[in-house]
Design a protein around this ligand. Sequence first.
Ligand code: AMP
Length: 420
Amino acid sequence: MIKAVPGTRDILPGDIPSWKHIESIIESVFSRFNYKEIRTPVFEETALFARGIGESTDIVSKEMYTFPDRSGDSLTLRPEMTAGVVRSFIEHSLDKKQNLNKLYYVAPMFRQERPQAGRLRQFHQFGAEALGSNDSMLDAEMIIMAFDILAALGLKNLTVKINSLGVPSSREEYKKKLKEHLLPGFDKLSNESRKRIETNILRIFDSKEEQDRELTKDAPLLIDYIDEESLLHFQKVKEILAGAGIPFEIDPKLVRGIDYYTNTTFEIVSGSVGSQSALCGGGRYNLLVKELGGPDIPGVGFASGIERILLACENEKSFVPAPEGIDLFIVALQKGLDSFVYKAALAFRRRGLNVDLDYLGRSVKAQMREANKSNSEFVLFVGGEEFDGNEVVLKNMKDGNQFNFAKEDLENIYLNIKEK
Ligand code: AMP
């Protein structure tokens, strides 16, 4: 038997109410802040991600689904969305249509990671990108939107961590200092971190290895080296967050190792999901649009993993999705009424009601069971003495009340259901 590829998941009908719930919250929060949805292709030229995410990152160096297509071009299933959004922004000159582009997405991503709880190979992210302004309001807005979405899902066990990376020029001096601090302990560093000393030294802070943590414990901190203007920017972000009631803490070791990241970085972690605890991450990337061949336009954004959020919601029992139901189930009390039943169902469906009926020639009892299982608000009984007298019976399943209608009077049946 062929099974789903490890790290991929079916989202079955029973899972859909939770997904719809989170999707509706995502959409309404982004809409309130006037972000517009963007949809870009699932695959792109590999070079886009190599440049847009950074060759030295785990994503690009180890995790991408990259393949040659039939003409030999190297393509990659998107591992994240920012690169694609920025590519699209540049390609369509969106900056000419709008000074500030506030965009959001909800889409599947692909990374060849080792699957475990909260870590998949196909997973879904929602996120936002604001392109065209360096205002700290937007840095704060990313955190506020992400937090509001998580809070609207009823999540409580959340920590918002923020930091500022300054700009590359002020980071250079810091990197030298960090290197001076780490080199005497070089032999004690993990293999990965030894490599990172040359390729991407800031990323050593991301290491989970005990020996690396020991050496970075007393390392100098980037925040003490960043420039005046960046500090002011950071100060404003903190003020806006405080004013917005967002509980945050400063994590001076929250870094991103790529040069196009500037100023704010943030992460929201949950205490309810085990080791894969980051629910979302983001930050400012003022140099990325230019890096990808576009104009010198600043940007800021975040991305958040839906499966991981749903795991946190399950663990905290943070919400119960509204049960799915239908308006009407038509029960046939005898054989031979298919044509009437189907036509009536179709008429109601075309008026906008959600309607079902029996397709399996089942007994009345089994049809009633199906009506209950479908969570139907009304049942229409067709058949028996009433039908001989040209009537049908509509039962309200909530209060048990029944009303007779002339069998041709579908309009009044419809109105009766609609009014409830
Ligand atoms: P990143 O793009 O790596 O900053 O990830 C942003 C968010 O996407 C994370 O905080 C997670 O919630 C989610 N995420 C990243 N990788 C995975 C994965 N392999 N499986 C599930 N969720 C993920």
